[in-house]
Design a protein around this ligand. Sequence first.
Ligand SMILES: Nc1ncnc2c1ncn2[C@@H]1O[C@H](COP(=O)(O)OP(=O)(O)OP(=O)(O)O)[C@@H](O)[C@H]1O
Ligand SMILES: [Mg+2]
Length: 291
Amino acid sequence: MSAKKTKQIAIYGKGGIGKSTTTSNISAALADAGYKVMQFGCDPKADSTNTLRGGEYIPSVLDLLSEKRRVDAHEAIFLGFGGIYCVEAGGPAPGVGCAGRGIITAVELLKQQRIFEELDLDYVIYDVLGDVVCGGFAVPIREGIAEHVFTVSSADFMAIYAANNLFKGIEKYSNSGGALLGGIIANSMNTDFHREIIDDFAARTKTQIVQYVPRSLTVTQAELQGKTTIEAAPDSAQADVYRALAKRIAEHTDSKVPTALNPKELREWSAGWADQLIEIERASERARVAA
Ligand SMILES: Nc1ncnc2c1ncn2[C@@H]1O[C@H](COP(=O)(O)OP(=O)(O)OP(=O)(O)O)[C@@H](O)[C@H]1O
Ligand SMILES: [Mg+2]
């Protein structure tokens, strides 16, 4: 067996912000570049790996465990685009039990059966919910599973709020060997001030932007075909962006403990941006009237 070290990466972010889209494109770009990749969906919806499998859902680890007591981990691993190993942890029925239980159970199953070593993986990428309040969702950052965490955020306040909560979690678990922050993947960046807002948040929390990803119709088209942008439109500008992102993540080593903003700092920071945006709007209105 090779002594290759598997790089374990977790991607967090607010609901609907683009985690699964971004994660699947990173996985696809890394697989295209010849790496052995596993994408591990940690969302109870079990839809992380859809665009790696032509839009198809796969049974989750919890689905399989509900059918029989002993599950061979290989039964929960499905091949996707470029030979990517797709796994979905799954979750309980909505409203029943802890939604994080699927992650704990699935990671334990693969660890016990030594799947990570057997498959000789280069990368395992966990696609996790933004909500780290429930212990289960904090598993990848808490227990030394993932080494590097990246968060997907737009310039919207709720996305930044979720990222800041994640940073608090990373700070908290960093003393006990938890994962460290690689940086922010800035999604849906279509105007200069989107960039300015997210740049400012990164500077204030002592982290960095790994990549700016524009909002793009190419992503929508690919998703409607049940594919990643890397698969559906490999020659597009958006695919270039995802390849650049994947390369940065693959080469990234120096993750850090971020400095989360406390509630008062976050309030002052957002109020400052509200004033600036009002001023930008007034200036553009003045320019329009003058023209
Ligand atoms: N850069 C982008 N350009 C265009 N559409 C995008 C982009 N990023 C994400 N989307 C779209 O936004 C929607 C939500 O994305 P996605 O499912 O990846 O989010 P998520 O964070 O995984 O959501 P959830 O929290 O529900 O799992 C999808 O329809 C996706 O195609
Ligand atoms: Mg998702």
